[in-house]
Design a protein around this ligand. Structure first.
Ligand code: GDP
Length: 313
């Protein structure tokens, strides 16, 4: 049986293999993705982001436990844009989620930047589609940090949860990174630590002052992930957000945008591949020999894009 068929039947090893193909930009990934087309789209994808040490893994662990109790099957992608390692290397840091490793209803996978075109965001998007197709109806995408790559990765989810804490002025740091715009839900974790109320108040004021385009106003939930306090409220906010965006058409709009971004990324990747081939091995390469001062890069780029496509009407 091929990988796609096995994956659709819920085979975890086929899922792992498929995600590896995606991550490696292996040409075989395309066939697998095509093979599962139409079978994904049922999962609610939840992104969890925030500074290192804010308690994201602990929060995720609590969400996983509750989802499992409610009978959901769960997939988790832990993304680390700064690390060149993957496939388990950073899972070592994710000990707080590891108690689920014996449960085949929970699939946890690390993913790291490999420097490929299209980036981590598109690899994560494809991995989530595969997890979704394998019959998991709840997906978590956890990122480390709050930089630009994290923002991109978060554009691939339905509901974005931003975790902050009363410790060391995290909330200010988050605002600087422009994360306010993408947050659907704020979590003030470590609510057992002094100062949580103040951070929550500040965030609520900020949400109030921000003119959003949608009707959804991000709630601010206080949790203490180590004890589990407040996690039910968080779960409730996550479910409410999903219902709200499904009803308003926002979910469909986000999914359309995501598909558009995905197609754009594929075009960019294929065009760059073609340019490299043409310039290194093809006839276009001769343009770059001799006197370079007269070379018109725009004209060459247009010729490469229009060559042999059958589409240059
Ligand atoms: P991550 O780097 O954001 O994934 O953070 P972790 O989940 O690894 O948590 C970092 C540290 O904070 C760990 O030592 C946790 O035990 C601790 N931690 C997580 N949640 C809480 C909490 O609600 N209260 C307190 N006091 N500590 C917490």
């Amino acid at each position: 049986m091929d990988i796609a068929t096995r994956l659709l039947e819920g085979d975890v090893r086929a899922l792992a293999r498929a995600i590896r193909l995606v991550e490696d930009r292996d040409p075989a990934a395309e066939e697998v993705i095509r093979g599962v087309r139409g079978r994904a789209g049922a999962a609610h994808v939840v992104g969890v982001t925030g500074p290192p040490g804010s308690g994201k893994s602990t929060v995720c662990d609590q969400l996983i436990t509750r989802w499992r109790k409610a009978g959901h099957r769960v997939g988790v992608i832990a993304v680390d844009p700064s690390s060149p390692f993957s496939g388990g290397a950073i899972l070592g840091d994710r000990v707080r989620m590891q108690r689920h490793t014996g449960d085949d209803g929970v699939y946890i996978r690390s993913m790291a930047a490999r420097g490929h075109l299209g980036g981590l965001a598109s690899a994560a998007r494809e991995a989530i589609r595969l997890i979704d197709a394998s019959g998991r109806d709840r997906c978590l995408l956890e990122t480390v940090g709050v930089g630009q790559s994290e923002l991109e990765v978060m554009q691939t989810v339905d509901t974005t949860v931003v975790v902050t804490t009363p410790v060391s002025g995290d909330s200010v740091q988050i605002l600087k990174a422009g994360i306010l715009e993408i947050a659907d839900i704020f979590v003030v974790n470590k609510a057992d630590v002094p100062g949580a109320d103040k951070v929550a108040r500040e965030l609520r004021d900020l949400v109030r002052q921000t003119k959003g385009t949608s009707d959804w106003k991000p709630p601010v939930v206080q949790t203490s992930a180590t004890s589990g306090a407040g996690v039910d409220e968080l779960l409730d906010a996550i479910e409410r957000h999903h219902v709200a965006i499904a009803a308003s058409g926002e979910l469909e709009r986000r999914r359309r945008e995501r598909l558009q971004a995905e197609i754009e990324a594929i075009v960019v990747e294929r065009a760059a591949d073609r340019a490299r081939r043409e310039l290194e091995e093809g006839t276009m390469g001769s343009e770059l020999s001799g006197d370079l001062r007269g070379v018109d890069p725009y004209a060459i780029a247009d010729r490469i894009l229009n060559a042999n496509t059958g589409g240059a009407h």
